[in-house]
Structure formats: C-alpha cells, structure tokens
Design a protein around this ligand. Structure first.
Ligand code: IMP
Ligand code: MG
Length: 190
C-alpha cells in the first residue's frame, strides 16, 4: 500500500487494484474489437486530458489491437468539487473521425454531461462507432442518461483525488484513488 497524502481521508482503490483492473479491461476490450469487422482494423483511442493520463498509460500497455491515439481537453468543472452544467471544448482533436471506431478513455464519469456532449460531437463528425471506457463510474450522480461501455470501479458520490483525478489541478500524481478531507482541502496551504 502506498504512503497516504495528508489530504487523503481514505484510500479507496490502491495501485495494485488499478493495475489489475486496467489489464482486465484492456484484455476484454481488445477481444471485443477483435470480434468486430472493422474496415481499417484500427481503433482510435481518444484520451480526455488531463485526467486520463495515468489510466490511459496502464490501459495502452495492455491493449492488444491496432490503434492510433488522439487527445482532447474539455472543461466542465471549473476547478471545484461540483460539476458545471456546460461542457466546453478547450482543445479539439486533429484526427479525421469519418468512419472511425473510437474508444474514449476517461478517468471518471460523474453527471455524464461531458461524455454525453463528446459522444454526440464525435457522431456529428461522422464517427462510425463511439465507445467509452472509464476507470471510475459514479452512476448515482447522473444528470443525463449515459452509460460507459466498460468501467473499472463504481463509486457512490464522493469527491475523489489521485490517479489522474484532481482538486484544482493538484493531486493527480497520487498512485491510488482516494476520498479526501474537503474541509482540510479548502484551507490547505500548498
Ligand atoms: P461529468 O461531466 O460530470 O461526468 O464530469 C466529468 C469530469 O469531471 C471528469 O472528467 C473529471 O475531470 C471531473 N470529475 C468528476 N468527478 C470528479 C472527482 O470526484 N474528482 C475529480 N474530478 C472529477
Ligand atoms: Mg476528466
């Protein structure tokens, strides 16, 4: 077990669990694509920056299907601990999406508003198929009907930090996913 950061209330998913689950997901998803008849035999992996980085790295190490990668930056939170209603594209993809099979790689789905927007956007750019894998799903928090095709772990409604998840851009580098002490966090001197 990794050493606990002072802002951590409880480590909910440790690094070994994340590694094991990421590998399982990569194997399952590779098998899914192998079973499909994809014209160019290639999937476009789209990571939503910045939170996707640690999970996407674990995932890609174990993903056994031809792929190319692209990245997008979305904003919806405005840096706090509550979801904002208005997802916006901060940095768009370069790839041509027409006819592509896309797998979106996300750290966490909360209200679902961000991915609902992104998914529609990809289809509007004529993607053939858009699937979603998320490390963490908080299904109780949904404001729109959106289901990831694959998810690593389901969690209630707690605000989480670590393994890509941030509080005001900090704490993404923790090697585990944890709940945090919000009162302490708000007064914290970095
Ligand atoms: P949604 O649009 O509400 O589903 O929010 C998705 C985005 O909000 C994620 O990509 C994260 O960047 C952020 N987010 C949601 N829940 C958490 C959390 O518990 N900790 C940190 N960021 C979160
Ligand atoms: Mg994110």
């Amino acid at each position: 077990m990794s050493k606990k950061h002072p802002l951590v209330k409880e480590i909910l998913i440790d690094n070994d669990q994340i590694k094991k689950r990421s590998k399982e997901l990569a194997t399952e998803i590779s098998n899914h694509y192998k079973s499909q008849n994809i014209a160019d035999n290639t999937v476009l992996l789209v990571g939503l920056l910045k939170g996707c980085i640690p999970f996407m790295a674990e995932f890609m190490n174990n993903f056994d299907y031809e792929c190319d990668t692209d990245y997008m930056v979305m904003s919806s939170y405005g840096g706090g601990t509550k979801a904002g209603a208005n997802p916006k594209i901060v940095l768009d993809l370069n790839s041509d999406l027409k006819g592509r099979h896309i797998l979106i790689i996300e750290d966490v789905i909360d209200s679902g508003l961000t991915l609902d927007f992104v998914k529609r956007y990809f289809y509007s750019r004529e993607a053939a198929d858009v699937k979603i894998v998320t490390l963490i799903d908080k299904p109780k928090q949904r404001k729109v009907e959106l289901k990831p095709d694959w998810s690593g772990f389901e969690i209630g409604d707690e605000f989480l930090i670590g393994f890509g998840l941030d509080y005001q851009e900090r704490l993404r580098n923790l090697p585990y996913v944890a709940s945090c002490d919000i009162d302490k966090l708000k007064k914290w001197k970095w």
